[in-house]
Ligand binder design. Structure first.
Ligand SMILES: [Zn+2]
Length: 402
């Protein structure tokens, strides 16, 4: 009896050891780990949904990505997952659209985004995002990890007390971040529309209860007021003086500029947008001004240094799944170093989301969020278009590696 039990224990131990000896492994021909480091022929070993270790290649692997560059799952800090074209091909405005139809458009956008190598997005945002976030989180629906603002605070949200109450309601509803419209739409000139007092109310209350804040803001005045009010991140930015650069660097404010894809997408789908709301010829002309100014401002920001630039696209209808195009505009037109652009979409973006210990880096204890592109994006940034492998939380969603 004792002997039988001992034998069973040995057998059980052997099974356990065997299980431990056959974790999922990945060979990375080239590994860009999200922190700025690069190495050849690395082996990534998983422990369930996480990365256990990264070391030198030896032995057989589960996934051989020897001809590819493996990077952390990419992060887009500004998308609109529910934005879509209606059945008539125009930007959504169909009043008869049902919530069932709407959420399926959002699920399609999420799927496209994941297939493009983006394993985490911040949606800024619609109340409907919550259902998508939670459904993807259950593990069956393919999509990126979603963080959402659910709604937004704007000048009409009310007096400071009303704003503070709204921020608390957002938190209770499960918002991951507070989106603030400090400035008007760029198609309406982009001037500051929230008062300094309103900005202090929203960011003060959010800071007090531990919610992150990001503000849609253009111009020196709006950015200064927003940063002085204690808000954590600037969306767009586009035009500001050097004093704002000093302020962002000093306060550690995250800057999420959109210099290419957003404008290209509007230009490409102009007929789908024109004639709806502020999508007028005048609005398009203002967007073209913002595009030109934005590239100059981006270059000046990089030259200044010290500003935490993250990676967002402001993906609206037509842009979902093309999120990586912004890398190409950043490097080609903005003069950003390719490695810095990748850091902005991985470890630095993760830090801006408060998730630096979980995502954005290929290292022990991080989520096994891995993407591979054919070629070498450090030498040729257009390689980001050719995503051949996508893993999120240890689950493979795409594997087209040769
Ligand atoms: Zn946006």
């Amino acid at each position: 009896m004792r002997k039988g039990l001992a034998a069973a224990c040995v057998a059980l131990t052997a099974v356990t050891v065997l299980a431990q000896e056959t974790p999922i492994t990945i060979r990375a021909g080239r590994l860009v780990d999200g922190t700025g480091a690069i190495r050849e022929n690395a082996r990534i070993t998983l422990d369930g949904s996480q990365i256990a270790r990264v070391d030198r290649l030896r032995g057989a692997v589960t996934y051989d990505l020897s001809d590819a560059t493996v990077m952390p799952g990419l992060i887009d800090t500004h998308v609109h997952l529910t934005a879509h074209f209606d059945a008539d091909g125009r930007n959504h405005s169909d009043p008869d659209e049902t919530p069932e139809q709407a959420i399926l458009f959002a699920a399609e956008n999420a799927y496209r985004t994941l297939m493009a190598g983006f394993t985490t997005v911040q949606s800024l945002g619609s109340p409907m995002d919550r259902y998508l976030r939670d459904a993807i989180g259950r593990g069956s629906l393919p999509g990126p990890r979603v963080l959402t603002s659910l709604g937004a605070v704007n000048a009409r949200t009310g007096e400071p007390d009303e704003i503070r109450a709204y921020v608390r309601r957002l938190a209770e509803s499960g918002a991951d971040v507070v989106k603030i419209f400090a400035s008007a739409s760029i198609r309406e000139g982009g001037a500051q529309v929230m008062s300094d007092e309103q900005l202090r109310a929203v960011c003060g209350e959010a800071n007090r209860i531990g919610l992150r804040t990001v503000a849609h803001a253009y111009g020196t005045e709006s950015l200064t007021a927003t940063i002085e009010a204690g808000c954590g991140g600037i969306e767009h930015g586009t035009r500001y003086d050097d004093a704002v650069l000093d302020l962002m660097a000093e306060r550690g404010t995250y800057l999420d500029p959109h210099i290419g894809l957003l404008w290209a997408n509007y230009a490409e789908h102009k007929d789908a947008f024109l004639g709806r709301g502020n999508y007028t010829e005048e609005g398009f002309a203002l967007m073209e001004d913002a595009r030109v100014t934005g590239i100059q401002t981006f270059r000046r920001t990089l030259r200044h240094g010290g500003v935490k630039v993250v990676y967002g696209t402001d993906a609206v209808a037509g842009a979902h799944g093309r999120n990586a195009e912004e890398f190409i505009y950043r490097v080609r037109d903005g003069g950003q170093d390719p490695m810095d652009a990748i850091i902005s979409a991985t470890s630095r973006a993760a830090e801006s989301l408060g998730l630096a210990d979980r995502i954005g880096t290929i290292g022990p204890g991080h989520e096994a969020d891995l993407v591979a592109v054919a070629g070498n994006p450090i030498n040729d940034i257009t390689a980001v278009r050719d995503v051949v492998f996508v893993m999120k939380g240890g689950v493979v969603y795409k594997n087209e590696a040769p």
